[in-house]
Ligand binder design. Structure first.
Ligand code: A3P
Length: 304
């Protein structure tokens, strides 16, 4: 089954999810060839859920003994260059890239839904950190991103009402939104040691607390001494929107030759949807949300 996405790009349905046609091959290659190691850390998100934030946080936690902040590779390279996407970078560029010699712990990012991940990720002892974002901000952030980056040459973006209607029907890259989030939520409930479930809004509100939790989850807990030295606050500040978005490396140039690096840093706020969506639209999502998440134990309280 095929459809046209809100930005005019072509989507194909596979395993219950919508994928860009051009990503179909890399996803199949990743499924076939990617061999997870027990020490791997997989950062998984729907697009526009704060992947560009989760990457530097995780990278700084893991590499804090190798790179003091003042020498961080994040000062001179984009987060997406330092932690590549499985399907958007590695298996896009090569069918079977050699990833064996990357020093452990290897960190990779992906937007793949839980049931589409390569089997070895689910079956190994590797850790998955999933970050989601409330549906309304996710939709607006995504729409603004797609308007800025024309991914296919002749693609014509839809107006906001049509795009919103498609979003509610679940038609978007890596969507339906609900199934993506619920797939990881249920995996987290089944095995909380394997899947850490994080909300953008919580990370925003209590950044240092969640940095601590992430560090513990991936087996790199902060010592009392490090805490007393203020290392968690230092990482939090370094990875903040204000700091990273002002680095020259994140302001200019493109990724994969087509996506403006600066478009990964737009506002970085909770509730920006109010500047674009009507209360009726929000109500429609609220009803959908109650329906879709009913009985799951998952809620988005602070989405408005
Ligand atoms: P907005 O468009 O609402 O500003 P992704 O990285 O998954 O593509 O998500 C991008 C969203 O995360 C954008 O949201 C972007 O501004 C926000 N973001 C990027 N870096 C951030 C940071 N360091 N802190 C908070 N939000 C950040």
């Amino acid at each position: 089954e095929r459809r046209i996405n809100w930005d005019g790009t072509s989507l194909i349905k596979y395993d219950g999810f919508w994928f860009p046609v051009r990503l179909f091959k890399p996803i199949l290659s990743a499924q076939k060839y990617f061999k997870a190691k027990d020490t791997d850390i997989i950062l998984s998100t729907l697009p526009k859920s704060g992947t560009t934030w989760l990457i530097p946080l995780t990278f700084c936690i893991v590499n804090r003994h190798i790179y003091p902040i003042a020498q961080s590779p994040l000062l001179t390279s984009s987060p997406h260059t330092i932690v590549p996407f499985l399907e958007l970078n590695l298996y896009w560029e090569q069918t079977n890239p050699d990833l064996e010699n990357i020093p452990s712990p290897r960190i990779f990012s992906t937007h793949m839904p839980y049931n589409v991940l390569p089997d070895s990720i689910r079956e190994s002892e590797c850790k998955i950190i999933y970050m989601c974002r409330n549906p309304l901000d996710h939709f607006i952030s995504y729409r603004q991103f797609l308007l800025k980056n024309k991914i296919e040459k002749d693609a014509k973006p839809l107006d906001i009402d049509e795009a919103f209607d498609m979003f509610c029907q679940g038609i978007q890259l890596y969507g339906p939104y609900w199934e993506h989030v619920l797939g990881y939520w249920n995996a987290h409930l089944r095995n909380p040691e394997k899947v850490f479930f994080l909300k953008y809004e919580d990370l925003k509100k209590e950044t240092t607390l969640y940095i601590k939790k992430i560090a513990e989850f991936i087996g790199f807990p902060f010592s009392l001494e490090e805490e007393e030295q203020g290392l968690i606050e230092e990482i939090s500040k370094f990875c903040s929107f204000e700091n990273l978005s002002n680095l020259e490396v994140n302001k200019t140039g493109k990724l994969m030759g087509m996506v403006e690096k600066r478009s990964f840093f737009r506002k970085g706020e909770v509730g920006d949807w109010k500047n674009y969506l009507t209360p009726e639209m929000a109500e429609r999502v609220k009803e959908l949300m109650e329906n879709k998440l009913e009985g799951s134990g998952l809620m988005f309280k602070n989405y408005s």
